[in-house]
Ligand binder design. Structure first.
Ligand code: FAD
Length: 575
């Protein structure tokens, strides 16, 4: 058995920022970071467009209050406003701190950090490093972990959270390279395991975004908050689904339909292409449904619309959004200097997650906190995004709440001891889970079942939802659970068995998918990214509240928790 004072699962922006903060404040605390990828391959590295902060370098009229208001309005008033205030107040300092760590931001002519426009933000406040912002930030954070003596376990798959009577005591992890199982006893466990894009069939997320941390928490008895709110990013490159950053529209690109019209004037005339993502994704889906979509070769009536950069000119395209140009060129053979890109909505971001308070402590219920368990980043729900996240607020959440959570862990761990548990029992259970999977003699391939499950989620819980469709989705899930009992694995080896890892990830995907569908079915209103064709209006009297979904193999129990509203009264959301 291994021991560390603090173990952080996740080597993305949130996990690394927290680890760094703990070490800066208390260098003697023994901190380890575990990741199933190399930390530098965490999905954070793929973040493109930027990170929001009211630095006022481009727009002197900006303020943290304006940033907070845009965020709360963007959230369709479901965000907790105390959490949003902290996020937006801390943002400028956090950018300066990243800069001091060595992050290379793009510059204005006078040398200050440049800031661009982004959807739903009323001021130009998004700082960026061309369209490779996540890459620039994550590399510096990981370098700084090494410099500060954080232990890194890369390519270890965490299988289980050891949580007994609301008290987190450690984790069970599996070494992907050689199949070795290890128990880690800790005083504090922090989850920073990222999102779940792979629950859907078309996503901008990396292959590792399978919602493991969410599933492990749910299985251990932690409720998941607001899981019905799935962000579909408007501009996934068709057909692959990879992201074409909102920065492209921030720099002036148009969305056009088969008639060559900038159709956003019908949906959000004041913000046009820079309306928030939920509104823009619905607009694109409606255009496609109405037969005004295109095929990639230009014929009308197809499954996508065009993102047109041509008027921006070669110099601007290649200096401001070079990576997006390269993606379209490499993946679908489009040269965006001369041709429009085919795009459609793609599953992108998890607004809900493991419920935490503004100190990063995980909630056991609406009123109780777990001991020794913290979370931050995309897997957590402190609720700064509510029902819809604004672009460039997620990297910000990762670094601001990564830091705040790190600071609180540094203090919390001082008064905390290691707790005993049945080490052999946990080890035996993990061994048996793996042996059972390896020895299954069914006929169902993991890849095929995963594809069917992802198709089901995209068909029944996509941009638009209905009672009937979601119920059908849940019925199918019952059948998929039976099929999971009938899987078989070709690879029986203990050395780098990716099929085994995919089999465990599929269990996470299935648990998370079921929680998303159940939470969505129970929210009988339309709010932010949750858009119901049978309940088309926002219903504040009945649903201005957070969902808390408690998972058990027998079924999911849905409860609710109040929203913190202390700055901006809910209003109708118009752009
Ligand atoms: C293509 C793309 C572009 C984006 N662009 C922007 C942008 O411009 N601005 C913005 O604000 N946001 C953007 N986002 C969103 C933002 O990048 C993410 O929300 C954020 O980076 C998530 O960081 P994280 O630290 O929470 O998790 P991640 O960076 O996803 O890291 C998760 C970590 O957890 C580890 N992990 C997960 N499960 C396990 C397990 N079972 N065992 C061990 N380790 C595990 C992984 O290995 C990884 O290290 C973008 C997202 C995508 C997909």
């Amino acid at each position: 058995m291994l021991q560390h004072d603090v173990i952080i699962i996740g080597g993305g922006l949130a996990g690394c920022r927290a680890a760094l903060e703990i070490k800066r404040l208390t260098p003697t605390v023994d901190v380890a970071v575990v990741a199933k990828t190399h930390p530098i391959r965490s999905h954070s590295v793929a973040a493109q467009g930027g990170i929001a902060a009211s630095l006022k370098n481009v727009d002197p009229n900006d303020s943290w209050e304006a940033h907070a208001f845009d965020t709360v309005k963007g959230s369709d008033y479901l965000a907790d406003q105390d959490a949003v205030a902290l996020l937006t107040q801390e943002a400028p300092n956090e950018i300066i701190d990243l800069e001091h760590l060595g992050v290379l931001f793009s510059r204005l002519d006078d040398g200050r950090i440049a800031q661009r426009a982004f959807g739903g933000h009323t001021h130009n406040r998004t700082c960026y490093a061309a369209d490779k912002t996540g890459h620039a930030i994550l590399h510096e954070l990981v370098n700084n972990l090494r410099r500060n003596g954080v232990t890194i376990y890369d390519e270890w798959y965490v299988m289980q959270l050891i949580l007994e009577d609301g008290d987190a005591k450690g984790i069970v992890m599996y070494h992907i390279a050689d199949g070795y199982l290890e128990i880690v006893q800790t005083k504090v466990v922090m989850f920073a395991t990222g999102g779940y894009g792979r629950v859907f069939n078309t996503t901008s997320n990396d292959y590792a975004s399978t919602g493991d941390g969410l599933a492990m928490s749910a299985i251990a008895g932690i409720p998941l908050e607001d899981m019905e709110f799935v962000q579909f990013h408007p501009t996934g490159l068709y057909p692959v689904g990879v992201l074409i950053s909102e920065a492209v529209r921030g720099e002036g690109a148009y969305l056009i339909n088969s008639q060559g019209r900038r159709f956003m004037e019908d949906y959000a005339p004041s913000r046009m292409e820079l309306a928030p993502r939920d509104i823009t994704s619905r607009a694109i889906t409606r255009e496609i449904r109405a037969g005004r979509g295109v095929y990639p070769d230009g014929r009308p009536g197809g499954p996508c619309v065009y993102l047109d950069l041509r008027h921006m000119g070669k110099d601007m395209i290649l200096s401001r959004v070079p990576f997006c140009w390269e993606e379209a060129n490499r993946l679908v053979g489009v040269d965006a200097i001369y041709e429009p890109m085919p795009v459609r909505p793609t599953a992108h971001y998890c607004m809900g997650g493991i419920p935490v308070n503004t100190e990063g402590r995980v909630r056991l219920s609406g009123t109780q906190l777990a001991e020794g368990f913290f979370a931050a980043g995309e897997c957590a729900c402190v609720s700064v995004h509510g029902a819809n996240r604004l672009g460039s607020n997620s990297l910000l959440e990762c670094v601001v709440y990564g830091r705040i959570t790190g600071r609180n862990i540094a203090e919390y761990v001082q008064g905390r001891k290691f707790s005993d548990f049945d080490v052999q029992g946990y080890l035996n259970a993990a061994k048996s889970r793996i042996e059972t999977l390896l020895s299954k003699k069914g006929t169902v391939r993991i890849g095929a079942l995963r594809q069917e499950f992802q198709d089901c989620m995209s068909d029944h819980c996509g941009v638009f939802r209905t009672q009937e469709g979601m119920q059908e989705g849940l019925n199918k899930i019952e059948a998929f659970k039976q099929q999971y009992e009938e899987v078989y694995l070709d690879d029986q080896d203990t050395c780098w068995n990716t099929e085994l890892i995919e089999a465990m990830e599929l269990q996470s995907i299935m648990a998370v998918g079921e929680i998303i569908l159940t939470s969505a079915l129970n929210r009988r209103e339309s709010r932010g990214a949750h858009s119901r064709e049978d309940y088309t209006q926002r219903d504040d009297p009945n649903f201005l509240k957070h969902t808390l979904a408690y998972y058990s193999p027998a079924g999911i129990d849905v409860q609710y928790m109040p929203v913190v509203i202390n700055m901006f009264e809910p209003k109708e959301r118009k752009y």
